[in-house]
Design a protein around this ligand. Structure first.
Ligand SMILES: Cc1cc2nc3c(=O)[nH]c(=O)nc-3n(C[C@H](O)[C@H](O)[C@H](O)COP(=O)(O)OP(=O)(O)OC[C@H]3O[C@@H](n4cnc5c(N)ncnc54)[C@H](O)[C@@H]3O)c2cc1C
Length: 475
């Protein structure tokens, strides 16, 4: 392979462009948003217009696995993120105080990350791409369709056509156009068979606000980054340059909670959560931004063991996107980009071999994360819906949510249980890998049997409805 066109310059397109160019390929990245990369992180936050990424100014966190991918594959980008004010964050000290054995262990440094607001991270990646010799990026260029060579066998994508009618030929086309990518439609329009696609709306809605420390740095963590509290969840994410985000998310069908769009009720809710109220002690640097209707979607170009087309790959969100409740999208996309560069290196010439290898790697390493994330989201929305109607959700014994419930019950009592849970949250190990360890799970079940349910870390349903009713709307 020599000529590669990457469609889309979000996190994944930029990372893939860099990695493929450094692998010796002639790479062109096409991005439909015209704005150049801002010169500073603050300008990126304040002024960068990125209509192509709806979630651009919503809460983002790079998990430790994402940091590891950067360290291995793009160490200069990681250094750039640190230099731009990215926060070095270690969730291990958030170990519950009830765990008495706090001795450090080998490998604990895997839990560390460096994270930043999404515009800041993308600014760092964008500058690296702009500075990369031989890597061409063209902003303000929208791809409109694929160019295919049809034959008796599998159609082969040979290039793209832009909205202005320009044709760019390439040996490989990388679709990094994000969750709104139209690639399956384009392929079908060009005569290829339908792509395999599964999609569902988990039914969450997110209400996020960013803050900046007034003086004394980031508030103290008194709870995990993500905490379910009855019919809503609270997500508090550290960010660059003394900023952080607070997100309340809940069921999109919960009408009384729609008031959370308004900063008045939103603030009243966060203030009523004793482990989280301190996160309001900063200067708000955004409105409360609401986002719902976020699909979980999985796509696969290989159907019945054969690619519907060769010469093209789905990468990052265009391949698979989930609800952001677990903040895994960028991490999985970066890992995907790292693997893409490796598979391109290993299968440079034969498009069929390449398609097969790419599908195998994606299915083995990435798809299990999609499946687990969706399963967890389904369980949480089911729980919220049950609680909203005064019921308890009782997961099926042996199911993933049931096993996860046991693990969570053991977490406050045991450093290994905490690390196992944290490793999953950090995208380091799948739940199923933990649950398959029968002797470990035996211990977890014993601990879970003797555990007490922790008190609710915020208002119960009646208190929640009352406080939202009473909260004044902001002017
Ligand atoms: C509310 C929310 C919160 C999130 N929080 C987190 C988090 O905390 N942590 C995390 O890891 N992930 C998070 N994610 C997921 C993360 O945003 C995505 O996984 C990530 O943006 C995927 O990057 P991407 O490059 O694949 O796609 P995108 O970032 O969507 O980029 C796609 C790019 O393609 C361009 N494009 C589209 N069509 C065309 C075209 N025809 N021609 C040329 N260019 C085109 C777009 O303009 C855009 O720049 C969150 C997502 C949402 C919705």
């Amino acid at each position: 392979m020599s000529k590669i066109v990457v469609m889309g310059a979000g996190v994944c397109g930029l990372a893939a462009g860099l990695l493929l160019c450094r692998g010796g390929h002639e790479v062109t990245v096409l991005e439909r948003d015209p704005d150049p990369v801002p010169s500073s992180p603050e300008e990126a936050w304040e002024r960068w217009s990125r209509d192509g990424v709806s979630q651009f100014r919503l809460a983002h966190y790079l998990t430790p696995r994402g940091r590891i991918v950067l360290e291995e594959a793009l160490p200069d980008v990681l250094a750039g993120l640190e230099a731009a004010g990215g926060i070095a964050f270690d969730p291990l000290p958030l170990m519950p105080p009830s765990i008495t054995d706090r001795t450090p262990r080998d490998g604990d440094d895997r839990f560390r990350t460096v994270t930043a607001r999404r515009p800041v991270f993308e600014q760092v990646l964008g500058r690296a791409v702009d500075a990369e010799p031989g890597l061409e990026i063209r902003r303000g260029v929208s791809v409109a369709e694929l160019v295919l060579r049809a034959g008796n066998g599998t159609p082969h994508v040979t290039g793209v056509r832009t909205e202005s009618g320009e044709q760019l030929d390439a040996d490989l086309i990388v679709d990094a156009m994000g969750r709104r990518s139209q690639l399956p439609r384009w392929l079908e329009a060009a005569g290829a068979k339908p792509v395999h696609e599964e999609a569902e709306d988990s039914g969450f809605i997110y209400y996020s606000r960013f803050f900046r420390a007034a003086s004394a740095g980031m508030p103290e963590y008194r709870a995990p980054l993500l905490m379910p509290i009855g019919t809503f969840s609270l997500l508090t994410l550290p960010s660059d340059n003394d900023t952080w985000s607070v997100t309340v998310y809940t069921s999109a069908g919960d009408r009384p909670l729609k008031r959370l769009r308004d900063p008045g009720p939103w603030t009243a809710l966060v203030r009523a959560c004793p482990l989280h109220a301190q996160w309001l002690e900063g200067e708000p640097i955004s409105e409360v931004i609401a986002m719902g209707g976020i699909l979980d979607r999985y796509r696969r170009l290989t159907v019945d063991g054969k690619p519907v087309a060769t010469g093209v790959v789905l990468l990052g969100d265009s391949w698979t996107c989930t609800n952001p409740s677990l903040g895994r999208g960028m991490t999985l996309g970066l890992l995907h980009a790292q693997r893409l560069a490796e598979v391109v290196r290993a299968h440079p010439d034969d498009p069929d071999d390449f398609a097969e290898a790419w599908d195998a790697v994606t299915e083995a390493e990435l798809t299990p994360w999609y499946r687990e994330t969706v399963e967890e989201d389904r369980a949480r929305i089911h729980q919220i819906e049950a609680l909203r109607h005064g019921l308890e959700a009782a997961p099926e014994p042996g199911s993933m949510p049931w096993l996860q419930g046991a693990l969570l019950a053991a977490v406050p009592q045991d450093p290994d249980a905490f690390r196992a849970f944290l490793a999953n949250r950090c995208c380091l190990s799948l739940n199923r890998e933990v649950f398959e360890d029968t002797s470990f799970m035996q211990r977890i079940f014993e601990l879970a049997r003797g555990s007490e349910r922790p008190p609710l870390a915020g208002p119960d349903r009646d208190q929640l409805l009352a406080l939202l009713d009473a909260a004044p709307a902001s002017a």
